[in-house]
Design a protein around this ligand. Structure first.
Ligand code: 5GP
Length: 210
């Protein structure tokens, strides 16, 4: 078996700082070591989002065809839109020995865990409800109803925190980044992967009568 990268699921409510943390982690560690999986979605691009970079933006019809073709590793309906992870893309990244991060919701996390028990899952929390609300408000001049809706969605996502292996509280960004990096680095040091990577060295170390 070739050297395969780890699968690292990262979930969080909107406002926890997940995307910035993932981007900073990949920047710091290097794209040759860790990459993010680029999902397909039926939602419209937000200003500044680039097709193929933030998401593969597809129509509902195209998404349904991909489901029929079994092209998804996992997929879910999230807040009225569909999101899915391409099986082929993940396998290609993993085969290069690159660790793959999934910025996905709790539904996708459940599906990946079921098929890939070695996948690691991380949940990122905001430090308090008040801070979460402050961060959700910062996003524009939305009505109280819109803010309340975002809070309710965030609480629904956070109710799945107990299903995850690791929890990071994103109060101080640099500390949260250090913690996420520590998880990714330690996933790389698990015995099964290390035995494959260092096969020749282990054989030499364990040779009898040397
Ligand atoms: P947004 O529309 O704000 O980019 O993402 C909304 C939610 O969908 C986030 O919680 C994000 O993690 C989740 N999401 C993004 N891509 C995927 C995916 O491929 N699968 C699943 N299950 N969730 C996803």
């Amino acid at each position: 078996m070739a050297d395969r990268g780890s699968l690292i699921i990262v979930s969080a409510p909107s406002g926890a700082g997940k995307s910035s943390l993932i981007a900073a982690m990949i920047e710091a560690r290097g794209r040759d070591k860790v990459q993010v999986s680029i999902s397909h979605t039926t939602r419209a691009p937000r200003p500044g989002e680039v097709n193929g970079q933030h998401y593969h933006f597809v129509s509902q019809k195209e998404f349904m065809q991909l489901i029929d073709d079994h092209a998804f590793f996992e997929w879910a309906g999230v807040f009225g839109n569909f999101y899915g992870t391409s099986r082929h893309a993940v396998e290609a990244q993993q085969a290069q020995g690159v660790d793959v991060m999934f910025d996905i919701d709790w539904q996708g996390a459940q599906q990946i865990r079921k098929h890939e028990p070695d996948a690691i899952s991380v949940f990122i929390l905001p430090p308090s409800r008040a801070e979460l609300e402050r961060r959700l408000r910062k996003r524009g001049t939305d009505s109280e109803d819109v803010i309340a809706g975002r809070m309710a969605k965030a609480v629904a996502e956070m109710s799945h925190v107990h299903e995850y292996d690791y929890v990071i509280v994103n109060d101080d960004f640099d500390q949260a980044l250090e913690e996420l990096t520590a998880i990714v680095v330690s996933s790389r040091l698990r015995r099964a992967g290390q035995s494959l990577r260092h096969k020749a060295m282990l054989n030499e170390l364990l040779a009898e009568g040397a």
